[in-house]
Design a binder for this molecule. Structure first.
Ligand code: GLN
Length: 195
């Protein structure tokens, strides 16, 4: 059984834990650096990236997280988690930092307040048919994709919403909030392969 941690500083970590358990993984909340060596993969949930960033530093997790990811730990970030994984936040709050695990620039409030939340059927070749039911909630968009980054999905207007770079996976949307959990399945496959 793969042991998958979910960063549990803030945000919707409980939902991720439930989905991962549904697929037979041992899912555990992670709040301390000492827990990182004990997991085979890590999910960084949605929530509020500036708060998550601050808490990760307060809890002494920021640098250990960076090291674990650089060491090859499979990681999946959704929404605020994607922002956490980015190398640059175009509209971060004063002093907000990120982990620099994905060579991408993100815009946190890319859709404006008028289109706060929406759902689309998203074509994702890596996931297959039918299109993924994707839920966006005050979602970020990837505005720059580095040469080593693979785009997994984009909206019809071309805006990038799912990327992968080596052991790191990120989506603007929230599969844990739907019944369509094929992205978690995809991530778990990667976790098992990396073990
Ligand atoms: N806009 C939020 C942020 O900046 C992300 C929202 C979410 O995770 N649903 O962190």
């Amino acid at each position: 059984k793969p042991r998958v941690g979910v960063l549990a500083l803030q945000g919707d970590f409980r939902e991720h834990i439930a989905v991962l358990r549904g697929f037979g993984a041992e899912a555990v909340p992670v709040r301390r650096a000492s827990e990182l060596p004990e997991i085979d993969g890590l999910v960084i949930p949605g929530g509020e990236s500036s708060v998550m960033d601050k808490l990760s530093r307060t809890f002494g997790l920021r640098d250990p997280l960076r090291e674990a990811i650089a060491g090859g730990l499979p990681v999946y970030g959704t929404c605020a988690g994607l922002i956490m994984l980015s190398s640059s936040i175009l509209d971060g709050i004063e002093g907000q930092e990120s982990l620099g695990a994905l060579d991408i620039d993100v815009r946190r409030n890319a859709f404006g307040s008028q289109t706060d939340s929406f759902e689309v059927a998203l074509e994702v070749a890596a996931i297959g048919d039918p299109p993924l039911h994707a839920v966006f909630i005050r979602a970020p968009v990837v505005e720059r994709v580095g040469p080593a980054v693979e785009t997994l999905a984009a909206l019809e207007d071309g805006r990038v919403v799912a990327v992968q770079q080596g052991n790191v996976l990120g989506t603007s949307f929230h599969p844990e909030m739907t019944q369509d959990h094929r992205f978690h399945e995809y991530f778990l496959k990667r976790v098992r392969a990396a073990r």
